[in-house]
Design a protein around this ligand. Structure first.
Ligand SMILES: [Zn+2]
Length: 236
């Protein structure tokens, strides 16, 4: 699978492809903290797309590590199961600038595929439209992996003066940097580091066979469960 695109997408062309890690150090305070229940936010930037592998070794008790796919000469893209499918799929997410209405502070939202799809549904409804024209309530159900996020639209409302300033000042360069693919050398190094940390051999195309634990059957939602730890793991 070769996904060549990363970085800025408009709300019109985001989500047309199905399916990362590098960039500046962002602290957890820069990322949106989702609370169970209602979370009102306002989207103030376009989505910035990145492509990544969730690299999790057998026996790794955590979620593994998110590595942005170099998109060419990628060690992880060379690993195939016996059925020929990628051992570590290339997934897509998007960084989006938002205002958290709880704190009225600008935050970065590491947006999953399912939230993206729900926003596109709102956008494609002519009576609702552009998801930057109204506040959004993202309802989080931390006990429901299949429907972790439900996106609702609030009535259309212009940005306040403070919102306009946050939007104008939002650091888009950081979003772009955060989406930049690793070089293939960086990916090789990160894979080696992660394997060393887990005391496992680096997988090679010769050593990989069908995974001992099959991937969950759910398709597009299966990357959802990592949302809670994104801000500690996302940046490299
Ligand atoms: Zn790759």
């Amino acid at each position: 699978m070769a996904i060549k695109e990363f970085g800025l997408k408009s709300w019109s062309d985001v989500g047309e492809a199905k399916a990362t890690d590098s960039g500046s150090k962002k602290g957890k305070d820069d990322f949106m903290r989702w609370e169970n229940g209602n979370n009102d936010v306002r989207i103030i930037t376009n989505p910035y797309q990145y492509n990544y592998h969730q690299f999790k070794l057998e026996g790794d008790s955590g979620y593994g590590v998110k590595l942005k796919c170099p998109m060419q000469n990628c060690d992880l893209c060379k690993l195939r199961n016996e059925d020929g499918k990628l051992t570590y799929r290339v997934l897509q997410r998007w960084y989006v600038g938002i205002i958290d209405r709880k704190t009225e502070a600008p935050k970065i939202f590491d947006m999953s595929w399912s939230v993206c799809q729900q926003l596109l549904k709102l956008k494609n409804n002519p009576r609702i439209g552009d998801p930057m024209k109204y506040d959004i309530n993202i309802v989080v159900d931390k006990n429901n992996k299949a429907n972790y996020y439900t996106v609702q639209n609030n009535p259309a409302l212009p940005l306040s003066e403070a919102d306009v300033k946050y939007k104008a000042d939002f650091d888009l360069d950081t979003l772009i940097r955060m989406c930049t693919p690793l070089t293939s050398e960086q990916l090789t190094e990160r894979v080696a580091q992660h394997c060393a940390k887990n005391k496992m051999a680096v997988p090679t195309p010769d050593t990989v066979s069908a995974p001992a634990t099959p991937a969950p059957a759910s398709s597009s939602e299966e990357d959802e469960e990592d949302d809670d730890f994104t801000f500690t793991d996302a940046e490299v």
